[in-house]
Design a protein around this ligand. Structure first.
Ligand code: NDP
Length: 243
């Protein structure tokens, strides 16, 4: 793709993007990259402090963002998001469904039902509610782009990763179904699998791992950007990060 992410440029000037899980990790990094390219980024997550740090970082690059605290367990708030974004911007160009939970690693017969519900709600149901709330606005865009972050765990059958694997496998089916349903529109919908990335979630899953052995969120964010651009041709794909 013909864009240069090493410095701010205007590839996404005039675009409105919304990123979930924007307070840290991969979501923070993709928010900064989108803003560096000129998009106005609506930053959502629970932690206002984390969002403020990302906002500061975006401003330091001359970019612009709006902080919109949101607990994705509050499904009614997700339903209201569409109207809020419409009132202010009339459209949405880019949706990045990134927020996720690992849940608990352990045998499925020992999983706490609360952890099961919460993980499924964040990793799957909240993304469905986001699609439901924001699809009309993506259709208003001249090039609506939706990217959801999945994991190899959603394709691997292995012990102890039960709830996370189930949630990501279901997310993939949800997103690929949505892609089929909008294939005659201008919207492009894809999944991105970052692979091992240096974040809090990775440290939770692999506490003994030396962090420098896995790639940075900034590296992953740069690889997600092509799926948000007007010239993106991918549709209904699961794209795996390199490195
Ligand atoms: P982090 O744990 O670093 O970040 C998770 C983000 O999700 C945070 O911004 C957090 O914000 C947000 N979040 C969690 N719960 C809620 C909630 N109830 N409401 C709103 N936001 C919430 O994780 P990563 O950056 O590693 O993960 C990002 C995505 O990448 C996830 O979907 C994950 O499954 C996927 N992934 C990550 C891999 C890795 O190696 N890191 C590998 C494969 C996939 P806050 O706490 O402020 O609400």
């Amino acid at each position: 793709m013909g864009y240069n992410l090493s410095k701010k440029n205007n590839t996404l000037e005039g675009k409105i993007a919304l990123v979930t899980g924007a307070s840290r990790g991969i979501g923070a990094a993709i928010s900064v990259e989108l803003a560096k390219l000129g998009a106005h980024v609506i930053l959502t997550s629970r932690s206002v402090g984390g969002l403020e740090e990302v906002d500061d970082s975006i401003r330091s690059y001359g970019g612009s963002a709006t902080i919109s605290p949101l607990d994705l367990l509050d499904m009614e708030k997700i339903d209201q998001l569409g109207a809020l974004v419409f009132d202010r911007y009339k459209k949405l160009d880019i949706l990045v469904g990134n927020a996720g939970l690992l849940g608990t690693l352990g045998p499925i017969n020992h999983l706490d039902p609360k952890v099961w519900d919460e993980t499924l709600n964040i990793n799957l149901t909240a993304n469905w509610r986001l699609i439901r709330s924001l699809d009309p606005l993506l259709r208003q865009s001249s090039a609506g782009r939706a990217v959801f972050i999945t994991s190899t765990a959603g394709q691997l059958i292995r012990p102890y990763w039960g709830i996370y694997a189930v949630s990501k496998a279901a997310l993939q089916m949800l997103v690929l179904t949505y892609a089929k349903e909008v294939e005659k529109t201008k919207i492009k919908v894809n999944l991105f699998n970052p692979g091992g990335t240096r974040t809090a979630m990775r440290a939770q899953a692999f506490p003994g791992e030396e962090p420098s052995k896995v790639k940075t969120p900034e590296n992953v964010a740069k690889q997600i950007i092509p799926l948000t651009l007007d010239e993106c041709e991918a549709m209904g794909e699961v794209i795996r990060a390199k490195g």
